[in-house]
Design a protein around this ligand. Structure first.
Ligand code: UDP
Length: 330
């Protein structure tokens, strides 16, 4: 039986990966320090005989007894408000956490995959973004702690591959959505759905002309699984190329939820990328992968999930929503 370590296991993506690897018959060792993760995302897996959970911060030495075949490093704060609130943890998990896990992969002879991000392209000057593009990143802006942590993470992963011959994979993840996103982490989809469910106006930052391309979580997980099993050590974009402006997105959410709220406009945060769309030719060629779930369908499933949460959850982490520095830019 394959033994697989997943860090950030109680997070949005981590928990869906746990589900998938359990389904594939792996023994899953899940790790999370629960700063942004939530045990409710994995509680259904706790009784499973092939699932174990370690409450551990991977910026400290990571010890896992026994064999390991795969390590998936998905621990990181991942929303712009989180990076503003906990910038040092964000840098540490990308830098020291990745270093510890690479060391563990080497000691165990495990294959290693890291969750990189479209943020390595910054506010991109090339559109759509191909893996060859080096990016346009402000290292000292509010997103710098995340973007540079992820760029360092790619660099040290390539160094372990080249210097130590470690088997490594790098997935560059574009905006992904689905059930188990944190409602009030500031990201646009849970923000809009939460606002609609609480009967608040939807907040568009800037004039809403900035674009994003949203991928449903099951498509992303399939892409990651295929990349892990491939033999390709360089970065691969995984995302859905269907691009939309944030204004159009707000209109879709209003229609979906049937809310009679309006949109209101707030300042655009500093360094907010103006456009983002993955070029997925590499994933198509190498992994025979492309997204299958249309936004219409994915949004409906996600909305059903949020709608059925106990009402008090709509108000959790509400201090995030009042994090004024964010919308003003720091
Ligand atoms: N956004 C918005 N209203 C919100 C939250 C976000 O208009 O309440 C915008 C944000 O400025 C950005 C886009 O939606 O242009 C996507 O933001 P998100 O934080 O989800 O992810 P990003 O792709 O910026 O990392």
């Amino acid at each position: 039986m394959k033994r697989t370590l997943i860090t950030g296991a109680a997070g949005f993506l981590g928990s869906h990966l746990c589900d998938r690897f359990i389904k594939e018959g792996h023994h899953v060792i899940a790790m999370d320090n629960l700063i942004t993760g939530d045990m409710r995302n994995i509680e259904h897996l706790m009784p499973h005989p092939n699932f174990e959970f370690y409450h551990h911060d991977v910026t400290k030495f990571v010890h896992v007894p026994g064999e390991l075949h795969y390590i998936l490093h998905f621990a990181s704060p991942a929303s712009p408000i989180d990076y503003l609130k906990i910038p040092i943890q964000t840098l540490k998990v990308g830098a020291m956490g990745t270093h510890n896990l690479l060391g563990l992969a080497r000691a165990k002879g495990a294959r290693f995959i890291i969750a990189s991000t479209s943020e390595v392209y910054g506010d991109p000057l090339v559109h759509p973004q191909t893996e060859e593009y080096w990016g346009h990143v402000n290292p000292i802006g509010p997103r710098g702690c995340y973007d540079e942590a992820k760029r360092y993470q790619e660099a040290i992963t390539m160094a372990y591959h080249r210097y130590h011959g470690l088997e490594t994979r790098i997935v560059r993840i574009f905006n992904t959505y689905g059930p188990r996103m944190r409602l009030n982490d500031g990201r646009v989809l849970p923000a809009f759905i939460g606002q609609a469910l609480r009967g608040e106006d939807l907040t568009i930052f800037g004039d809403g002309s900035q674009t994003r391309s949203f991928c449903y979580v099951s498509d992303l997980v399939e892409g990651i699984y295929r990349l892990l099993l491939s033999d390709y050590p360089y970065p691969v974009n995984i995302g859905n190329p269907s691009e939309i402006t944030i204004k159009e997105f707000a209109e879709e959410i209003i229609k979906l939820t049937g809310t009679d709220q309006k949109v209101v406009y707030k300042d655009l945060p500093q360094d907010d990328p103006k456009q983002r769309q993955p070029d997925i030719s590499k994933a198509q060629e190498l992994l025979d992968w492309e997204p299958k779930v249309l936004r219409d369908e994915g949004l409906r499933i996600t909305y059903d999930y949020f709608k059925n949460l106990p009402e008090e959850r709509l108000y959790e982490d509400s201090e995030h929503r009042e994090f004024e520095a964010f919308s003003k830019g720091v």
